[in-house]
Each structure stands twice: as C-alpha cells, then as structure tokens.
Design a protein around this ligand. Structure first.
Ligand code: HEC
Length: 129
C-alpha cells in the first residue's frame, strides 16, 4: 500500500515536472474571443492597478519576470514585454490569466472578467520599443 502511494506520488511529481518550462500556448478559440474592452483607453489603467497589487510580486513592476518572488519559482515567468508574449492576442493573454498553469494561479475565481481583460490591455503597455 505504502509503496503504491509512493509510486503514485513520484508519478504525479514527474508529470508536473515534465510540463514545467514547456511553451505555453492558449487554445485557438482564445484568439477568437471578443475583447469586451477593445478600444477603451481606461482598460489599461484599470489593468495597471490590478497588476500592481497582485502580479508584480512574481512578474516584476515592469513585467520583466524579475519580481521579488521570482527567485523561488521553478519556472521563471517570461518577460511580458517581449515578442513572444506581445505577439499573442488579448484573448490568449486573457485565457492564460483566467486558467493559469503550474505556479501561476488561475485568476478565474479571484478577478472579475473585466479585470482579466483589463490586465491583457495593461500587458500591451509593457511592450519593449
Ligand atoms: C506566484 C507567481 C505569479 C503570480 C503572482 C502571477 N504569475 Fe503570471 N506567471 C507566473 C509563472 C511562473 C508563469 C509561467 C508559467 C508557465 O509557463 O508554466 C506565468 C505566466 C504568465 C503569463 C503567460 C506569459 C507567456 O509566456 O505567455 C501571463 C500573461 C501572466 N503570467 C500574467 C499574470 C498576471 C496578469 C498576474 C496577476 C493577476 C500574474 N500573472 C500573477 C507566475 C506568477
């Protein structure tokens, strides 16, 4: 019994390690979602407030992946201003914030739908020139 439990435990750990660090792609339907805040200049301002209260600890104030808690993460969060993140649609960013993966929690129950879209808008403002 104990051996079975240990084996199962090891298996679960291996499974989660296996996924860590793999590219994270939102499903295609996320790209087709209608952005309810499209064209709203207040969206990024709203997103900034949420980011500076909940997200910066891991992602860093400028979203570079260098927040104070980033040092204890197994997977370093990507620089949100970088090409690979900026090339994603707002829908894909919204989907990732909603569902999370690994050490990045799901914010579906934590934040309103509007706040999650607003965060996608704020992430746009972090793009490197
Ligand atoms: C506990 C640390 C932590 C917090 C807090 C956190 N994240 Fe993350 N985030 C991560 C990690 C780690 C990843 C990389 C996950 C992976 O690739 O498996 C990530 C990935 C992301 C991505 C995907 C980037 C890409 O490569 O496509 C987005 C977008 C994101 N986070 C936004 C946010 C937002 C917005 C918040 C606040 C609501 C937030 N995160 C809070 C740790 C965190």
């Amino acid at each position: 019994m104990i051996r079975t439990i240990l084996l199962l435990g090891a298996f679960v750990v291996l499974l989660s390690l296996d996924r860590a660090g793999e590219p994270w792609t939102a499903p295609p339907e996320a790209d087709r979602m209608k952005d309810p805040m499209a064209g709203d200049p207040k969206a990024a301002v709203r997103g900034a407030k949420v980011f500076r209260s909940l997200c910066w600890t891991c992602h860093g104030v400028e979203g570079r992946g260098d927040g104070p808690n980033a040092t204890v993460l197994k997977v370093k969060p990507a620089d949100l201003g970088s090409g690979p993140v900026q090339q994603q649609t707002n829908g894909a960013l919204y989907w990732k914030i909603t569902h999370g993966r690994g050490e990045m929690a799901s914010y579906e129950q934590v934040l309103s739908r509007e706040d999650r879209w607003a965060l996608a808008h704020y992430i746009r403002t972090l793009a490197h020139p």
